[in-house]
Design a protein around this ligand. Structure first.
Ligand code: GLC
Length: 534
């Protein structure tokens, strides 16, 4: 007899267990890109109150923590990653009271809160940069080259395109690895160190449980700021150590922050974590950021950059786990974030594949990051008109690389037309007309929906002890498929476009697409992932 399984109905959800001081080791952390999450005041831009109102949604989804992208006072030259005042909330997003309320309400719901900290650069409107004398001490200024200093001091390029230097009215040049509105701080200056320690304490006192450290690989530059020697530097990022990225000197800064975080946590009886956004050339170099006296986690961009191919996935999973073993840090897994093309689109456009990729990620040992909207199966919006785009890389790279707005389109919550319950008015980026099928409302309670798939997977992850931080072992599988064992679960992945037959691995628990079970064998569809109880 053939038994078909789609999404089995799960038992009633367990209340979130208290996860103790090591909560972060297997946490599922949900990234809230604040301006695109939920709008409470009808200006078309998401805000902190909006996010607070959606905490029940996040609780029901079953995540452990929320990471909030920057909501600090900022001219918004780079979506808030250009901070003018690290201790203030930008009026676009609310006020400090709203931040405090959101943190408190999250804690009441047993959700941890991680906030972004942006230490590599500030906004050019930061008071330090506005004061010429302070600016010269605390940022990277150099005289230009050429007879009249008319050429930049070296050949470094901005990540967003164009030279990494801008000349001031006074004739010298300042470094900005990102937009000109984001001057790089000089971490040789002790005032810079002291200021960031103060900023961290400020947010810790407000109750946050950790920091996502922006550009954690960038603060220290090679002495003498040497030329790189060739163009197309953007392609080199993450493939080799550069004079401005992944310099060994950054680790002393991370060690000092770990002391601060541990000291604060010990004094307040809680675990406070640091998460590195570090683009390192290898899993081994990435592991340096999470040595026992440095940060707790680092985003695994090697995983994010891996295509939908069984052998490559297995290789990157092995390399990630092996690199973390000697340092004792948990591996992390991520498919999407606010800087990359949404994984549904990146992996080829198929929802089946996006769902399979999600179930695979959630079955791996360690901690997983879920970017808002991936639980709805949102695709990248690829047809935004130029006039609505806001990503600075779009303008600096002449439209060549303007990808980051397409993953930042406001979430569809309910209803049949834009703004789909995002707020009362419009949205800062237009939403597609066909997103009514993808709203939270449309997917809730539909056992075939992607939202219910995520909910069930997260629920099972909580119930099955060891599925988060436990062991993993590969099992034999035909070419193009993966099979691995986790405590209580065997996970199969079919990366091929066609169905495959397997010896029955166990009792089907959850599948991204219907599997057929017949006697001692099972047929798993193409582009699918299944969890089997063993
Ligand atoms: C990080 C952020 C990105 C930002 C950049 C500069 O990569 O994720 O959004 O543009 O840093 O701060």
């Amino acid at each position: 007899m053939t038994q078909e399984l789609t999404s089995p109905s799960p038992a009633p959800r367990a209340p979130a267990p208290h996860r103790g001081p090591r909560w972060w080791r297997d946490a599922v952390i949900y990234q809230v890109y604040v301006r695109s999450f939920a709008d409470s005041d009808g200006d078309g831009i998401g805000d902190l109150r909006g996010a607070r109102g959606k905490l029940p949604y996040l609780k029901a989804l079953g995540v452990d923590a929320v990471w909030l992208t920057p909501f600090y006072a900022s001219p918004q030259a780079d979506g808030g990653y250009d901070v003018a005042d690290y201790r203030a909330v930008d009026p676009l997003f609310g006020g400090l009271d709203d931040a405090r309320d959101l943190i408190d309400a999250a804690h009441e719901a047993n959700l941890r809160v991680i906030v972004d900290i942006v230490p590599n650069h500030t906004s050019d409107r930061h008071p330090w940069f506005q004061d010429p004398e302070l600016a010269r001490q605390r940022y990277v200024f150099r005289p230009g080259k050429g007879e009249h200093g008319e050429l930049p001091p070296n050949d470094w390029e901005s990540v967003f395109g164009g030279p990494a230097w801008t000349r001031t009215d006074r004739g010298d040049w300042y470094l900005h690895l990102f937009a000109p509105e984001q001057p790089d701080l000089d971490w040789n200056n002790s005032d810079v160190h002291a200021e960031f320690e103060g900023i961290m304490r400020f947010w810790l006192d407000l109750g946050v449980d950790g920091f996502r450290v922006d550009v954690a690989h960038g603060m220290v530059k090679a002495p003498g700021l040497p030329d790189i020697g060739h163009g197309e530097q953007a392609k080199l990022i993450g493939t080799q150590v550069l004079p401005f990225f992944d310099q060994d000197g950054v680790h002393a800064i991370h060690r000092s922050w770990r002391r601060l975080l541990d000291g604060y946590g010990d004094a307040h009886g809680k675990a406070v974590v640091g998460v590195a956004e570090a683009w390192a050339p290898s899993a081994e170099r990435l592991a340096l950021y999470v040595r026992p006296d440095e940060l707790h986690q680092a985003f695994n961009f090697h995983y994010l950059n891996t295509g939908w191919d069984a052998a490559s996935l297995r290789a990157v999973i092995d390399a990630s786990l092996e690199a973390m073993r000697p340092v004792g840090a948990p591996a992390t897994w991520v498919l999407s974030n606010h800087d990359v093309v949404r994984h549904r689109t990146r992996l080829g456009g198929s929802l089946d594949r996006a769902r399979a990729a999600a179930l695979l990620m959630l079955a791996l040992p360690g901690s997983a990051y879920v970017y808002q909207g991936e639980e709805l199966g949102l695709p990248e919006v690829t047809d935004l008109p130029d006039e609505v785009r806001q990503d600075p890389s779009f303008f600096r790279a002449n439209g060549q690389d303007g990808f980051r707005d397409g993953c930042r389109v406001p979430l569809p919550w309910s209803g049949t037309a834009p703004p789909y319950g995002f707020g009362d008015a419009g949205t800062w980026l237009p939403q597609p007309a066909d997103w009514h099928r993808l709203t939270v409302e449309a997917q809730t309670g539909d056992p075939h929906s992607t939202l219910e798939l995520y909910r069930t997977a997260l629920d099972l992850r909580r119930r099955l002890p060891g599925l988060g931080d436990g062991e993993m072992s590969w099992q034999p599988a035909p070419e193009g498929l993966l099979a691995f064992r986790r405590p209580g679960v065997l996970c199969t992945v079919n990366t091929l476009a066609r169905a495959a037959e397997l010896p029955l691995p166990g009792r089907p628990l959850l599948s991204s697409a219907p599997v057929a079970v017949d006697g001692a064998s099972a047929v798993v569809p193409g582009d699918s992932c299944t969890w089997w109880a063993i």
